[in-house]
Design a protein around this ligand. Structure first.
Ligand code: SF4
Ligand code: SF4
Length: 182
């Protein structure tokens, strides 16, 4: 998708048009605890969205670093639900297969989701395995820590799925269907 199509998707399908109300006051960026580490703070990100530079936005680490603390949202003078837009941008980046080169967090998110979809929950070993597959170089860096945790019996090796896994998978399937039609 090109910038224009991505902007249309964000603004029309996912309510990004709300960003037209942004007055660029910077309260969001000023109140965000992660802003110093973001490629663009929320204020800059929304300006880029209005300019239609969606590819630049989707390559940024901003939404991946967002920890959903809602600081920005409760302080925004225009009542823009900034945190929800961060979720939307993550969703669009994944749908479009656009990677954020300055963060590995998308790999961690996918590993979490892989575990939830397979077992209905997150377990240490299932997330670690999935993450190692996506970021093999990180395995070496964390091997010592993993060994330490294993020695102290702080690593759960055996995966016990949730009780009604079949029911859980039906819920996930329905959620996926709704996501496609929303
Ligand atoms: S706080 Fe709200 S109005 Fe101010 S820059 Fe951020 S999004 Fe825009
Ligand atoms: S919700 Fe996200 S973007 Fe907003 S202040 Fe918290 S970390 Fe920053």
């Amino acid at each position: 998708m090109d910038n224009a199509a991505l902007k249309e998707k964000f603004f029309e399908k996912y309510h990004g048009e709300e960003l037209q109300n942004c007055i660029q006051c910077g309260t969001c960026s000023g109140s965000c605890p992660l802003a110093p580490y973001m490629d663009y703070g929320p204020r800059q990100l929304f300006q880029l969205a209005r300019e239609g530079d969606m590819e630049e936005i989707l390559k940024a680490n901003t939404m991946w670093l967002c920890v959903s603390c809602y600081n920005c949202t409760v302080k925004c003078p225009r009542d823009i639900v900034i945190t929800d837009h961060m979720y939307t941008l993550k969703k669009i980046a994944l749908q479009e297969g656009i990677q954020a080169p300055t963060t590995k967090l998308p790999a961690l998110y996918k590993s979490f989701m892989g575990s939830v979809e397979r077992y209905g929950k997150i377990t240490d070993i299932s997330v670690m395995n999935r993450y190692a597959f996506r970021q093999p170089m990180d395995v070496m860096g964390n091997a010592f820590l993993a060994l330490k945790l294993a020695r102290r019996k702080r690593l759960e090796y055996k995966v016990h799925p949730v009780k009604n896994l079949a029911g859980f998978k039906k819920v996930m399937k329905k959620a996926r269907e709704l996501e496609k039609t929303s």
